[in-house]
Design a protein around this ligand. Structure first.
Ligand code: IMP
Length: 432
């Protein structure tokens, strides 16, 4: 549903992440006054290509390249200060020195022990190994919700920070000891975090006030989702999900702004599907075509380098994302990767125990047993990387986009035909 009060746009991934949100948010950030990241941490990885130069972002919002854009890391994030400092240093070495960054004082600090716990749990788990990015995301959110977390506001209060760290190490070191793992030394962790704090403390502030003020001023505010709706802790393919909610509906809580703050939600969908890590994937296939897609689409994880699993476009899955995240518009990315494939398939619904269904079942066994029902579409041979409008697309590429629109029930407002942000074509206007 469009909300006319503010001039804001939320961009969410609608599959299992890696839909090209980084490129799309970076493109949209050229039109924005503010870019807000609201969940997750450096499990995310965005590759951005600007004028042929490549950048890689994990924590920092995609508006960082534009000095006039305010970049906000909101309270819903879990932020590793050491990783953040490293990311800033890399950007600075690439010439990105003039930027505006604001870190929420209510965001949680992802600590070195969270990373070790993440790896340890993955090692110990049996059939429910998740295949996490091992960046400590799950354990950091566990501490947040068990009220053992350390927030950025606490980092600025040295005595409190020391006490919180001592308390946390008391418990965590018992766990490490029980599993025969190396314990953490207070002084070592303290020194590391404090030296990172010195670099970033000027950015720590109450970001809820800043974002709210921007909305009230009528500024163009872009909410940048990480991961994708199918990785949502509530509405994703649990337990093979991340530990936050990448939906648009989570934004008010994760940023500290009113319910009606989102004017539009743009769902970024890849023209096919990919997944990294474990978990069922109904339209997955492995053959010559998937290999070609992986190669041309460069389908290897930005964060872990793992080859991504490949599947056909799953309209059933995107319909689910459209409902739980309230999509008003869709951006179809990597359309160029499908050029040269003779016959394309789109999954329109599933067969479960002999019955056609048009929703995602919650049960793990049911989800594992889904059989996709496909419609076949003719492909196109033309190189489309230089087209400038929908009308310039080959007939079959147009048909493919219109089929996505029909099956998902959401209008396709944008498509993208290459890694450069200039290779993004607007069909409908997204910001007012
Ligand atoms: P975690 O977020 O590191 O705990 O990993 C949980 C699951 O989410 C794993 O399957 C990861 O591969 C997946 N995941 C986390 N972040 C991303 C992302 O940005 N893109 C794609 N998959 C992700």
């Amino acid at each position: 549903m469009n909300n006319e009060k503010y001039n804001s746009l939320s961009v969410v991934g609608t599959q299992w992440g890696d839909e090209g949100k980084g490129k799309i948010t970076n493109y949209l950030s050229l039109k924005a006054d503010m870019v807000v990241r609201h969940q997750g941490g450096n499990n995310a990885g965005h590759s951005i290509s600007i004028d042929g130069k490549k950048y890689s972002l994990h924590l920092i919002p995609s508006g960082i390249f534009n000095p006039s854009v305010k970049n906000v890391m909101a309270n819903g994030m879990v932020i590793d200060p050491l990783a953040l400092v490293k990311e800033l240093e890399i950007l600075e070495s690439q010439g990105i020195k003039d930027y505006q960054l604001f870190i929420s004082d209510r965001a949680h600090v992802l600590m070195p022990y969270h990373i070790r716990l993440d790896g340890m749990y993955e090692e110990l788990k049996g059939f429910r190994k998740i295949g996490t990015t091992k960046k400590g995301i799950g354990p950091a959110y566990v501490d947040k919700f068990s009220r053992d977390g350390i927030r950025f506001a606490d980092l600025l209060d040295d005595e409190l920070f020391q006490n919180l760290l001592k308390d946390n190490l008391l418990i965590k070191n018992k766990i490490f000891e029980a599993f025969g793992k190396e314990k953490f030394c207070f002084e070592e962790v303290y020194e590391k975090i404090i030296s990172a704090r010195e670099k970033i403390k000027k950015f720590i502030t109450d970001t809820s006030l800043i974002v709210h003020e921007a909305l009230e001023n009528g500024d163009k505010v872009l909410f940048e989702g990480a991961q994708g709706v199918l990785l949502c802790i509530d509405h994703g393919t649990y337990p093979f999900v991340t530990s936050s909610s990448p939906t648009s509906s989570s934004i008010p809580v994760n940023v500290g702004i009113p319910l009606n703050s989102i004017s539009k939600t743009l769902g970024v969908v890849k023209s096919y599907s990919t997944r990294v890590g474990k978990g069922a994937f109904p339209t997955e296939f492995e053959n010559k075509i998937s290999k070609k897609i992986r190669e041309i689409g460069n389908e290897f994880g930005t964060t872990t380098g793992r080859p991504r699993r490949i599947g056909w476009f799953d309209a059933n899955l995107v319909r689910h994302a459209a409902r739980v995240s309230g999509l008003t518009d869709i951006s179809v990315t990597l359309l160029d990767v499908l050029s040269g494939i003779d016959k394309l398939k789109i999954c329109k619904s599933y067969l479960l125990n002999g019955k056609e269904i048009k929703y995602l079942p919650a049960g793990e066994t049911d989800f594992n047993n889904l059989k996709p029902i496909y419609i076949n579409l003719p492909g196109w041979k033309e190189d489309i990387t230089n087209v400038k409008s929908f009308d310039e697309l080959p007939k079959n590429a147009k048909k493919y986009l219109l089929k996505i629109e029909e099956l998902t029930g959401v209008k396709v407002s944008q498509f993208s035909i290459g890694p450069d942000r200039n290779q993004t074509i607007d069909i409908n206007q997204l910001f007012k």
